[in-house]
Design a protein around this ligand. Structure first.
Ligand SMILES: Cc1cc2nc3c(=O)[nH]c(=O)nc-3n(C[C@H](O)[C@H](O)[C@H](O)COP(=O)(O)OP(=O)(O)OC[C@H]3O[C@@H](n4cnc5c(N)ncnc54)[C@H](O)[C@@H]3O)c2cc1C
Length: 311
């Protein structure tokens, strides 16, 4: 049984942030509800008012602007990310993570904003959003602010949003760069409508280990990206109290010659930078083992892709 609560479905952002600013009552935002309804049923949260944000058109847009980037509304559902051509082409690690989040039916409800704001250490969309250097757009009656995703999480299920703030969306800078801007050499070029030659990311991927395909959170998740300047980016899920960008591992690899030996170096080093726990899903030891397996596989595949571009 659910505890009684009032339900509001605003159709303007102004009305939504007005409802959120109510001080006397506990308010909760409902997006897809796949996390919130579980918490309501378990009485982990008992709000007096639930605000459904799925009717806000500002939150359902998915817009790619060449040369600038991808703007993803907080209420965009996970299947839209998995299927959008621009996401698959320019942000492949994000499309890959979306494809392995829960089941097809659940992905029709679950949203990107819910996955971020639920702040689970195992959130599958967060590692790819970290390697693409996502910036969150947050709004309240007091105005708006931008928060780099890497500064958002403060602990298990905890983040820096104030109680009257709403996540409006997340922005990912474009993965294409005008030639020369990144110092990249030899990456395949595509001529844009302006006649400028653009270089794009070499590749990106997301590897997930779960207990049951389609029905469970990650035991470990790894997003890896090799950008146009042949610089690696890594982030992990379920390997620390929060999803984590692995800056130190990136620095280590990016300082080395670009050879297949990088895969083994990454596998040897990754465990210096993660802090997994043992829980119902897996032991810390197994998580450490799989992190090394995944990073070896990811680096090997990205180095091969980078080598082909050169050749
Ligand atoms: C059977 C099952 C399997 C699952 N498998 C996976 C999995 O494989 N991988 C994975 O990562 N997750 C999984 N989940 C968890 C869940 O589906 C995802 O986290 C999902 O993306 C949550 O999105 P939602 O829109 O449903 O969030 P909601 O439940 O609507 O919201 C989640 C939390 O975020 C807050 N919130 C939502 N939107 C906003 C906003 N715009 N601004 C501020 N706060 C907001 C809500 O108040 C709530 O606290 C699973 C859940 C279930 C039930």
């Amino acid at each position: 049984m659910l505890t009684n609560f009032e339900y509001a479905k605003p159709i303007t952002l102004t009305h939504a942030v007005q409802c959120l600013a109510e001080k006397e009552r506990e308010v909760k935002i409902l997006s897809g509800g796949t996390d919130l309804l579980v918490a309501l049923r378990r009485k982990q949260v008992q709000p007096a008012l639930v605000i459904d944000i799925k009717g806000l058109k500002e939150l359902t847009a998915l817009t790619y602007t060449p040369g600038q980037g991808l703007s993803i509304g907080a209420a965009v559902c996970v299947n839209r990310l998995a299927e959008a051509d621009v996401v698959r082409q320019y942000f492949p690690a994000l499309a890959a993570a979306a494809r392995v989040l829960a089941s097809y039916q659940l992905r029709n409800r679950a949203t990107v904003g819910g996955n971020i704001c639920n702040a689970s250490p195992a959130a599958d969309l967060v590692p790819p959003l970290l390697v693409y250097e996502g910036v969150l757009e947050v709004v309240s009656q007091r105005g708006s602010r931008r928060i780099p995703l890497q500064d958002f999480f403060t602990g298990v299920k905890q983040h820096v949003l104030e109680r009257d703030e709403l996540l409006q969306g997340v922005f990912l800078p474009d993965t294409t760069d005008a030639t020369g801007a990144t110092g990249a050499t030899g990456a395949t070029g595509a001529t844009s409508a302006t006649g400028m030659t653009n270089v794009t990311d070499v590749g990106g991927l997301y590897l997930k280990q779960g207990r049951l395909k389609g029905h469970d959170l990650s035991i470990i998740g790894l997003a890896a990206r090799l950008n146009a300047a042949k610089q690696f980016r890594f982030a992990v899920a379920a390997a620390a109290p929060t999803p984590l960008r692995l800056f130190a591992l990136e620095e280590l690899l990016n300082a080395q010659p670009f050879t297949p030996a990088l895969a083994e170096l990454a596998a040897q080093a990754i465990n210096l930078y993660i802090h997994p726990i043992s829980d119902v899903r897996a032991t810390a030891e197994y998580r450490r083992h799989m992190a090394a397996v995944f990073v070896r596989r990811a680096v090997s595949s990205l180095v091969t892709a980078g080598g082909k571009q050169d050749g």
